[in-house]
Design a protein around this ligand. Sequence first.
Ligand code: IMP
Ligand code: MG
Length: 178
Amino acid sequence: MKSVKIKDKEFELFIQSNEIEKNIERIAHQINHDLAGKNPIFVAVLNGAFMFAGELMKKVSIPCEITFVRLASYQGTSSTEKVKEVLGLNESIEGRTVVIVEDIVDSGNTMVSLVDELGLQHPLEIKIATLLFKPDALKRDLKLDYVAMEIPSDFIVGYGLDYDGYGRNLNDIYKLKS
Ligand code: IMP
Ligand code: MG
């Protein structure tokens, strides 16, 4: 089994690029079907979603826009409250169909705060497209509209996802060796 070492950890091949691309193409077709005539704006979350967003947009053939945001975590008003601030969204999303493009949904906390933040700008609707979903790790009530692949709760890298900043450039997805 092909494996890679990233910093101090060993990872083994988990999902090959052709399998990843086949699944991205499948959700792109769903999006083309569901959102035809809706002029959606895709909002991709940096850094993790950059490769997924690139591949997805090659297969989305309906008129649309794409923009990129970053999330910054900061402490909210109470000491336990974590708020995610959305940085870099210069386009108006008011009245628009928004499709969030995310690398992975784990606990769901990040996605819930992003949906809440974007909701403040009164979009028509918010859809979620994620490359990966760990159903066993989900802690929040969240409807995911487009999921390319469901995976167990292992730590993974590659195809945009990192371990401590490294591994994002891997074409395939690798999981941490146990
Ligand atoms: P959540 O808020 O728990 O859903 O976590 C989502 C974020 O955690 C993702 O956007 C990733 O940045 C990161 N993350 C979760 N699982 C993994 C993983 O297996 N590998 C790399 N990053 C991950
Ligand atoms: Mg992310």
